[in-house]
Design a binder for this molecule. Structure first.
Ligand code: BTN
Length: 235
C-alpha cells in the first residue's frame, strides 16, 4: 500500500484522479494543507494545517451499479466514525449521507468521486485545527494533537473491514449500525426539493441508502440527489 504525503497540494482528490493509473486499491494521498480543497456540491473545502486531509482509492473487483455506488458514502462515513471512536470515544453521529458529526456539529466531510469503475474517497477531519468563529455553530474540531498519519491509516483500515463485510452480503447489518448513529433521526428538518422548501421529520436510512422523511403524516423516501437538507435547521 502506497501512502504519499504532501506538505501542500491543490487537492488530494485532484491528485489521485489525475494520477489514477499509478495507484492501487487502498493507496493513500495526504496533505498538510490544500490550496483548492473541494467539498460536495462544488463547495470550497477550507483546508488549513491540523486537519486530516486525505484521499484513498477503492478499486472494486467488479463494476458497481449506481445503487451500490450510493452506499459508498455511508460505508465511508461509518468507517470514519468507527476509526474515530476507537481512537477516542465521544458523542459521534452520522449525518446522512456524507458527514460525521461530534456533539451535534460537523467534524468530518467526505467527497467520493468516480473515475470509470474506481472511486476516489476524499476525507477531511477537523483534528487539531481551530474552527473559524463564523461557523462555530455548525462545525467542530477535536482540537487534539493526534498523530494524523495514524488516524488516516486507521480510517482506511476500518473502511477495508466494512467493505469486506459489505462484499460478503452483510449490508443489512451495517445499515442497522449506521441507523444507531443516525443524527437526523426524529429531527424536524427543512429540505429543498427542486426549487420548493418542505418541512418533515427524518426517520431511518433504508437499505438502498435512501432516507425516510415523514411529511404531512406520510413517509417518503429520498436519495441524496433529490433533496438538500438545510444546514442550520435541525430541531
Ligand atoms: C464536504 O463535506 O463537502 C466534503 C469535504 C471533503 C474534503 C476532503 S479533504 C481531502 C479531499 N480532497 C478534497 O479536495 N476534498 C476531500
Amino acid at each position: 500500500m502506497k501512502f504519499l504525503k504532501f506538505n501542500e497540494i491543490d487537492s488530494t482528490n485532484n491528485y489521485m484522479k489525475e494520477n489514477i493509473s499509478s495507484f492501487e486499491n487502498y493507496d493513500i494521498v495526504s496533505a498538510k494543507v490544500q490550496t483548492s480543497g473541494r467539498g460536495r456540491r462544488g463547495n470550497t473545502w477550507l483546508s488549513p494545517e491540523g486537519m486530516a486531509l486525505f484521499s484513498f482509492l477503492l478499486k472494486p473487483e467488479k463494476e458497481f451499479s449506481i445503487i451500490e455506488a450510493t452506499k459508498l458514502p455511508l460505508l465511508a462515513g461509518i468507517s470514519t466514525l468507527s476509526a474515530l471512536k476507537k481512537i477516542k470515544d465521544g458523542a459521534y453521529s452520522f449525518k446522512w449521507t456524507n458527514d460525521v458529526f461530534l456533539s451535534g456539529k460537523k467534524l468530518c466531510g467526505i467527497l467520493i468521486e468516480r473515475v470509470k469503475d474506481d472511486f476516489v474517497i476524499g476525507i477531511g477531519i477537523n483534528v487539531a485545527n481551530k474552527i473559524p468563529d463564523d461557523i462555530k455553530n455548525i462545525a467542530i474540531s477535536m482540537e487534539s494533537d493526534y498523530d494524523i498519519d495514524k488516524l488516516i491509516l486507521k480510517v482506511v483500515e476500518e473502511f477495508s473491514i466494512y467493505y469486506k463485510r459489505f462484499s460478503e452480503g452483510k449490508w443489512k447489518e451495517i445499515v442497522e449500525e449506521i441507523n444507531s448513529y443516525n443524527f437526523l433521526k426524529d429531527k424536524k428538518i427543512r429540505v429543498n426539493i427542486g426549487d420548493k422548501v418542505f418541512e418533515g421529520i427524518a426517520r431511518n436510512i433504508v437499505e438502498d441508502g435512501r432516507i425516510k422523511i415523514e411529511m404531512d403524516g406520510e413517509i417518503k423516501l429520498f436519495s441524496v440527489g433529490e433533496i438538500k437538507i438545510e444546514k442550520d435547521y435541525y430541531l
